[in-house]
Design a protein around this ligand. Structure first.
Ligand SMILES: C[S@@+](CC[C@H](N)C(=O)[O-])C[C@H]1O[C@@H](n2cnc3c(N)ncnc32)[C@H](O)[C@@H]1O
Length: 314
């Protein structure tokens, strides 16, 4: 996953910026500018202004909406960073490049699901890991005994062995959080992403929650077109919350829909509705399109069903 997404020929590294209308997937800030506007309101209401840092900014559509001077984007993809610089958004390729030591807020939209995971499978009475082999120019899968760190992660998260369910192992998300917290000790953390709570995993009908996207559609098995497709997975938020607890953070998990509604969605919606009634022609079309974008953000079967993880330093 790391190679296929971030190496020289990786999905995020080759020339195209992926998270925009002409790209391969549409994210909340790309669907509606009101996503950023509502988060901006939440930031101001919460009095956060020191070194507000976004991870995985993509085109910068969300951070653009944050009306604070003291803001930074950390983005791994050089293609996306070029776009951030063109928009005059201060950016860095990784955490180590940041020159400050504290932050009021670290946030990100759909970044956790692009942090490479590994896959564990309970087979023949023991935990094994699915690996990718490369022979004579062909990729294939095989299984090897699970690494100690993988088994420890499974046990720590009390994940039950089930031969019919693959487990996406999020040790890299744990490391990502550890590094951010050790360097910036943010007062607040805010992540939006698709995912689930551990107790609900068995309700999901899929064996694996890892999948690929291309041109806004589900795509092929990851080894069939590495570099050409996005590889992503549903986040086990219970594991993220457990990790944050050990790092001294108390979390609150809600649906994106509920977060937006609690933080001013209705006000924006009502204002647009009023404007719509008074508008004509092009203006009317524009407002209509803004209203559909706004509604898409809270659609329970789509973006509204994503999770919002708010964490606070204890
Ligand atoms: C799905 S895109 C989301 C882009 C944007 N946040 C949005 O909502 O439109 C995920 C982005 O996270 C970036 N990314 C992944 N891991 C990262 C990391 N460890 N640090 C910084 N950026 C990362 C990828 O390069 C990619 O641009």
């Amino acid at each position: 996953m790391e190679e296929a997404l971030y190496s020289k020929y990786g999905f995020f590294t080759n020339e195209k910026v992926r998270s925009k209308k002409s790209g391969d997937f549409l994210t909340s800030p790309e669907v509606s500018e009101y996503f950023g506007k509502i988060i901006n309101k939440w930031i101001q209401k919460s009095n956060l202004d020191l070194n507000i840092t976004e991870f995985g900014s993509g085109t910068g559509s969300l951070i653009e909406q944050i009306k604070i001077k003291n803001k930074f984007a950390v983005e791994k993809s050089s293609t996306a960073r070029t776009e951030l610089s063109q928009k005059n958004i201060q950016n860095a390729s990784n955490l180590e490049e940041l020159t400050f030591k504290n932050s009021d807020l670290v946030f990100g939209n759909e970044v956790l699901d692009n942090i490479p995971c590994s896959i564990a499978v309970y087979k023949d009475g023991k935990w094994q890991e699915k690996i990718v082999c490369f022979n004579d120019g062909i990729f294939s899968y095989d299984f090897v005994e699970a690494r100690t760190k993988t088994v420890e992660w499974i046990e720590w998260n009390r994940i039950k062995a089930d031969e019919n369910i693959d487990v996406e192992i999020q040790t890299n998300i744990d490391i990502f959080l550890e590094k951010i917290i050790s360097k910036l000790s943010p007062k607040n953390i805010l992540f939006f992403d698709y995912g689930y709570e551990q107790t609900d995993r068995s309700k999901r009908k899929y064996r694996s929650l890892l999948r690929t996207y291309k041109d806004h559609h589900l795509s092929v098995d990851p080894i069939l077109e590495p570099g050409n497709v996005d590889i992503t997975y549903d986040i086990n938020f219970s594991a993220v919350i457990k990790k944050l607890k050990t790092l001294g953070y108390e979390s609150k998990l809600s649906l994106q829909r509920d977060f937006l509604i609690s933080n001013g969605f209705d006000e924006y919606f009502d204002n647009l509705q009023k404007k719509l009634l008074l508008s004509e022609g092009m203006e009317n079309l524009k407002i209509n399109s803004q209203l559909s974008g706004l509604k898409a953000l809270i659609d329970s079967n789509g973006l509204g069903g994503f999770y919002c993880l708010e964490a606070k330093k204890i």
